[in-house]
Design a protein around this ligand. Structure first.
Ligand SMILES: Cc1cc2nc3c(=O)[nH]c(=O)nc-3n(C[C@H](O)[C@H](O)[C@H](O)COP(=O)(O)O)c2cc1C
Length: 186
C-alpha cells in the first residue's frame, strides 16, 4: 500500500472479530512503527501496554472508560494498546518550561498514529479511545503515578458491513496562506 492508500483506508473501526487474534509479529511491527516516531528532544516518552489477556481486557472495558460513553464496541477487540507517557523525562520537561507547550502530548499523538497507520497497512482496524478513566486504568494495569495514561487503541480485524463516512472540513477552512485567515487557493 502507498502512504496515500493507507491514509485513505484508515478510519475508526468499531466492529471487531473477537475470534481473530492479532499476532505477536503484528504487535511488534506496530510498536516498531511507534518506536521510530519523532519526539521533542528525542525524549521518547511513550510506553505501550499491549493487552490481549481476556480478563484484563474485560476489566479495561468495564472500568477503564469515561462516564456515559462506554465505548462498548471495545469488548470485541482482541487487542487493546494502552498509550502511556513517562512524565519524569527531563529532556521533555525542559522545553515545556520555556514554551508552555506540553510536548509529551504531541509525542504521544504522533507515536500512536504511527501504530494506527501501520495497523492499517497490516489489514487491521483500529479505533482511538480517549474517553477513558485514567485512575481506573492505572489501577487495573499497575501503572505508576508519574506515568500518564493518554489514550487507548482498540485493534483487530474489522467486521464492519457499511462503509465509513468521512466528514471533513474543506481545505479552505483549515489552511491559510502566509497569515491567519488569508485564503489558501485550492
Ligand atoms: C484522541 C482521540 C480520541 C478519540 N476517542 C474516541 C473514543 O473515546 N471513542 C470513539 O468511539 N472514538 C474516539 N475517537 C475516534 C474519533 O471519533 C474519529 O477519529 C473521528 O470521528 C473521525 O472519524 P474517522 O477516524 O473514522 O476518520 C477518538 C479519536 C482521537 C484522535
Amino acid at each position: 500500500m502507498t502512504l496515500d492508500e493507507i491514509i485513505s483506508a484508515r478510519h475508526s473501526v468499531r466492529a471487531f472479530d473477537p475470534d481473530r487474534p492479532v499476532t505477536q509479529e503484528q504487535v511488534s511491527a506496530m510498536c516498531e512503527a511507534a518506536r521510530l516516531a519523532p519526539s521533542a528532544c528525542n525524549s521518547q516518552v511513550w510506553r505501550f501496554i499491549a493487552v490481549t489477556d481476556p480478563e484484563q481486557r474485560r476489566r479495561i472495558c468495564a472500568r477503564g472508560m469515561g462516564p456515559i460513553l462506554r465505548n462498548k464496541f471495545m469488548r470485541a477487540a482482541p487487542l487493546i494498546i494502552v498509550g502511556c507517557a513517562e512524565l519524569d523525562i527531563i529532556a521533555n520537561k525542559i522545553g515545556t518550561k520555556f514554551t508552555g507547550i506540553e510536548y509529551y502530548q504531541l509525542d504521544m499523538g504522533i507515536a500512536m498514529e504511527h501504530i494506527v497507520l501501520k495497523a492499517t497497512e497490516l489489514g487491521l482496524g483500529t479505533c482511538w479511545v480517549g474517553w477513558i478513566n485514567e485512575d481506573n486504568l492505572r489501577e487495573i494495569l499497575g501503572i505508576p503515578g508519574h506515568v500518564r495514561v493518554m489514550a487507548l487503541l482498540a485493534v483487530g480485524y474489522s467486521t464492519e458491513t457499511v462503509s465509513p463516512k468521512r466528514t471533513r472540513k474543506p481545505l479552505r477552512k483549515i489552511v491559510f496562506r502566509d497569515g491567519w485567515g488569508a485564503p489558501f487557493p485550492e
